[in-house]
Design a protein around this ligand. Structure first.
Ligand code: HEM
Length: 463
């Protein structure tokens, strides 16, 4: 199949033909490019899992902005800096595919998701999905989330170390069950939560074999449980107009009146649940550590909360929390939840004077870009004011700040994430001050997502 024909296949989202193409054509011949192959069999996986940022800094110092990477599942190139981000995100002439890059992570777990769709097919699904993220829909979500978050943060243990990350993860899972699936939290939703957690673990399984008890095997069973739930409830959702995402997707209509099929609704709901959950857990963990580490900023955020002073808040209230926005932006700079993003080159191209052959997997990195000294003043420092209009450091290059990606696939939930993040901080910091131990540093991994490695112990005191 020619590279032109594969573009058609990808736009149709013909996954079988696309996978055959991938198996027959993917390029592993990268000997002419800078870099090394890392460990036998495992390649660079141990180094990336241990310290992704350190790995990229080392390779950059040795080889420059382009170097090869190697893992048991794939080989490819890493491309660093805003120019690389621009090339892949702008994707002029549809030269890069998302499906052929992301399928290795999502196959049989999050199939047919919007992130792995390409070109015209992606455009039409995204256009429809976007309707579910407009302001009126988000206002409905805020109304759903207020009481859940308020109740969820009540009665936390005071004056001793409390592991924040598992708490946030659990709370957002419960909120997600209601906001995305329309299910009130109960014992019955517990199996859905578990199914979802198993699916997420399966995406990070580096071997992806259907062998009993492996994360991948459990993830496939998890997908079955969630798709069964969608199938059993879809008629009910189509009949009623609810504020949850599942209901909304059942009622969306495109300009020509077309609707998503039952399967498409299931695939999209399940993926949005995934795209929203760990990313926001990661972001809020980073924000809480940053606020514990920078009490002056915690006071500024608290002052915004005190000024609003209501039990339940709406979108207009959230819009007044401008210091909180700066804090969120800075935490996402320093600790972007996705530290790497892949694409697959359908055509040969040049970067940094090197020829990258067609059918090569390419990865770019928000994490690396967010710390480049050429683009940020004192990038190691937590300094939310760098995003204030007077300084606007992030605007020097359109692609230097990319926690939500860019181009056609830029995060659909960007607005929702900011709203949910602020709403959580509103209810949480209204009740508690959060502090860290003297000398405590933020311990985290960046792969598969940026997460504290020790559960993020912090101490809460009542306001
Ligand atoms: C702080 C939280 C979040 C971060 C940092 C984040 C980050 C990202 C990034 C980097 C991408 C693009 C990946 C790529 O181009 O390869 C993406 C895509 C996406 N995100 Fe988010 N995300 C967050 C929260 C959310 C939330 C809350 C939702 C939904 C409610 C969501 C839904 C999506 C969807 C549907 C896509 C795929 C869009 C497309 O392919 O057209 N995300 N996100």
């Amino acid at each position: 199949m020619s590279n032109e024909a594969i573009s058609e296949v990808l736009a149709r989202h013909d996954t079988r033909a696309a996978r055959e193409f991938f198996n027959a054509n993917r390029n592993r011949d990268l000997q002419h490019l800078p870099g090394d192959w890392g460990w036998p069999v495992l390649g660079h996986v141990p180094a990336v899992l241990r310290d992704a940022h350190g790995f990229m800094n080392r390779q950059y110092a040795r080889y420059g902005k382009l170097f090869v990477f190697n893992s048991p599942l794939n080989r490819g190139v890493m491309m660093l800096g805003p120019e690389a981000n621009e090339l892949l995100f702008k994707n002029e002439g549809n030269r890069f595919s998302n499906f052929l890059a992301w399928d290795i992570t999502f196959r049989n777990i999050f199939d047919n998701n919007v992130l792995e769709m390409d070109f015209s097919g992606h455009k039409s699904h995204r256009k429809m999905l976007q309707l579910a993220f407009k302001r009126p829909a988000i206002e409905g979500h805020i109304a759903l989330m207020n009481p859940l978050l308020q109740a969820g943060v009540a009665g936390l243990p005071l004056a001793s170390e409390f592991r924040m990350m598992p708490f946030i993860k659990r709370l957002l899972l419960n909120v997600g069950a209601e906001v995305f699936l329309g299910e009130k939290v109960s014992e019955a939703t517990e199996h859905l939560n578990q199914a979802f957690v198993d699916m997420v673990s399966a995406t990070a399984d580096p071997f992806k074999r259907r062998i009993p008890f492996t994360p991948y095997y459990k993830g496939i069973a998890g997908r079955r449980a969630l798709t069964d739930f969608i199938r059993e409830n879809i008629d009910k959702k189509r009949a009623l107009a609810g504020r949850d995402l599942f209901s909304q997707l059942c009622h969306l209509r495109d300009d020509d009146g077309s609707q998503f099929s039952d399967e498409e609704i299931g695939d999209h709901v399940i993926f949005v649940l995934f795209a929203a959950h760990d990313t926001t857990t990661s972001a809020l963990s980073s924000v809480l550590f940053s606020l514990a580490d920078n009490p002056g900023w915690q006071d500024a955020v608290y002052e915004e909360i005190r000024r609003i002073g209501k039990e339940e808040i709406d979108h207009d209230d959230l819009d007044t929390m401008s210091d909180t926005s700066l804090v969120l932006q800075e935490a996402l700079r320093m600790y972007p939840p996705l530290s790497l993003m892949p694409r697959y080159a359908l055509h040969e191209f040049e970067f940094e004077g090197h020829r990258i052959p067609a059918n090569t997997t390419c990865a770019i990195s928000p994490l690396f870009t967010h710390y480049m000294e050429e683009h940020w003043s004192h990038p190691q420092q937590f300094d939310p004011l760098r995003f204030a209009p007077e300084r606007a450091e992030e605007k020097q290059h359109f692609f230097q700040y990319i926690p939500f990606g860019g181009g056609a696939h830029k995060c659909l939930g960007l607005h929702f994430a900011q709203v949910q993040g602020k709403l959580f901080l509103y209810h949480f910091l209204r009740r508690y001050r959060v502090t860290k131990q003297p000398g405590q540093v933020f311990k985290y991994n960046n792969v598969p997502l940026t997460f504290p490695t020790n559960g993020l112990p912090l101490t809460l005191t009542a306001r």
